[in-house]
Design a protein around this ligand. Structure first.
Ligand code: GLC
Length: 469
């Protein structure tokens, strides 16, 4: 077979049939309802977040927010103006790789050091130097919302134990610990005037901030992330969360509660989502094998590695990079390709595939690759990206159907989204919509869905949660 035929054969394995798509949506609805009833290990966690109010746009104040998402840590101060607008100062750092797999104490000390650097730069008025030790000279401590985008078993707005790491983190002695206590201790040991008032998943932050900025024009149903990882949050009446011990919280029984679905763990048993040998190989290389299996087919952490695994197979078969030698070791190095690689290849509009050739040369170190091979690579990148987008429609359709939003909402059904994949992967939203139309939503339902970027989701959303606290 020619390289193109080989590529077409593999691309087919990444296709999601309409039947499979709809089966996944049905199972997603089942998994949602099951997760609201039971605490499960392998199932979808459906975590109650203790956020019981959706913003109205009228919230006011200055708050700190910090955000540990994928590989970056951000600290910001957010001013909510009370009219759906806000302003924000922020500093970003990328978490050193060795700290992502080191000790809990070192890790939280690093986060605290970044908060300190931020405060010194932007809120110097809160410091007096006293023998070289920084102190808060006056006023109450800042309230901080901490966006921590990993599965946490929350027991109050600012208490929660880490269930497990995802997205390449593996700080073993942090699992099972209260994340806020650890962070607060590190902040205290630097004498910083900061009180961690809310622990917030990034999807919850996205839901909150999109609701704040969009309050005028209607309600937002889901806040979601398609970035390094993928996940979504929505609200549920407390009465319809059977596993939540409502009797222990009489003050909120009549309210709603935002649920962090952790949909990355949808169908961990792979009874419904398709599996290829590349997915199997990828899963074995992750620190959380067997968990977040849905995420491993969708999000930015994984798409580059999937492409690498496919290309390695074709090279080893002797059909790709025939007679060429590489100036780089990337093709044989695990996790060497990030999503910008399939993303730029899939987005190549040139007739001579010069962009693909450049990416292949820059990242893999192969030059003078024949056009037919470049076509094969492009086809494969597209197949991986398309599968990601098609599967991304599953939880969106699932939550719209589970909440009866088509009947309950008048007009538009709004979804706030954030993350590099939804923002930058070529035609991602278009492909998600194509898939939505093939579900029970149909063309009419899909037309009513608005998907809006909520860029400062985790900063503004965390500030809004700190305010509630
Ligand atoms: C992973 C995390 C989840 C987070 C998502 C997006 O799935 O487990 O908590 O929301 O990534 O960042």
């Amino acid at each position: 077979m020619s390289v193109l035929e080989e590529a077409q054969k593999i691309a087919k394995e990444f296709e999601i049939s309409d039947e499979c798509l709809n089966d996944c949506v049905d199972h997603f609805i089942w998994a949602t309802e099951h997760g609201l009833r039971h605490h499960t290990d392998l199932g979808m966690p459906m975590i109650p977040t203790f956020v019981t109010k959706i913003p109205t746009g009228k919230e006011k104040g200055v708050f700190l927010a910090s955000d540990l998402g994928g590989t970056n840590f951000r600290v910001c101060s957010v001013t909510l103006n009370g009219d759906s607008t806000y302003s924000l100062n922020q500093e970003k750092s990328s978490v050193p790789k060795e700290l992502m797999v080191g000790s809990c104490k070192d890790f939280f000390d690093y986060l605290a050091s970044q908060v300190e650097a931020f405060l010194r730069k932007h809120h110097g008025e809160h410091f007096v130097e006293d023998d070289g030790v920084s102190k808060a000279p006056f006023g109450d401590p800042f309230k901080m919302g901490f966006t921590f985008s990993f599965p946490v078993d929350q027991t109050s707005l600012n208490k929660g134990k880490l269930i497990r790491w995802t997205k390449g983190f593996d700080i073993k002695d942090a699992v099972g610990k209260d994340i806020v206590e650890e962070f607060q201790a590190a902040l205290h040991s630097r004498k910083l005037p900061v009180h961690v008032a809310a622990l917030v998943n990034d999807t919850v932050g996205t839901l909150m901030s999109r609701s704040y900025t969009k309050a005028e024009s209607g309600r937002t149903l889901v806040g979601c992330i398609f970035g390094t990882g993928t996940n979504g949050a929505y609200s549920e009446k407390i009465k319809t969360i059977p596993k939540f011990d409502a009797a222990a919280h009489p003050e909120i029984t009549d309210k709603i509660m935002v649920i962090n679905t952790e949909w990355g763990s949808f169908d961990n048993r792979l009874n419904h989502i398709p599996n290829t040998r590349f997915d199997t190989a990828l899963n074995e290389r992750t620190p959380n094998p067997g968990y977040h299996m849905f995420e491993k087919r969708i999000s930015g952490m994984f798409l580059g590695e999937l492409l690498r695994l496919v290309l390695v197979e074709l090279r080893d078969k002797g059909v790709l990079f025939k007679g060429l030698s590489a100036t780089k070791k990337a093709l044989d190095t695990e996790w060497s390709l990030d999503t910008s690689v399939p993303s730029r290849i899939d987005g190549d509009q040139s007739s001579d595939l010069s962009q693909t050739a450049k990416v292949v040369e820059d990242f893999l170190g192969y030059s003078s690759v024949p056009k037919e091979e470049l076509e094969a690579i492009k086809l494969l990148a597209h197949a991986i990206g398309r599968r990601s987008a098609t599967l991304s429609a599953v939880p969106l359709a699932g939550l719209i159907l589970h909440t009866n939003a088509l009947e309950k909402f008048e007009g538009e059904i709004d979804i706030g989204a954030d993350g590099s994949v939804v923002e930058f992967y070529p035609n991602f939203e278009k492909m998600v919509r194509e898939a939505l139309r093939k579900t029970r939503l149909g063309t009419e339902g899909e037309k009513r869905v608005t998907i809006g970027l909520a860029r400062d989701g985790s900063g503004v959303g965390a500030a809004l949660c700190a305010l509630v606290a």
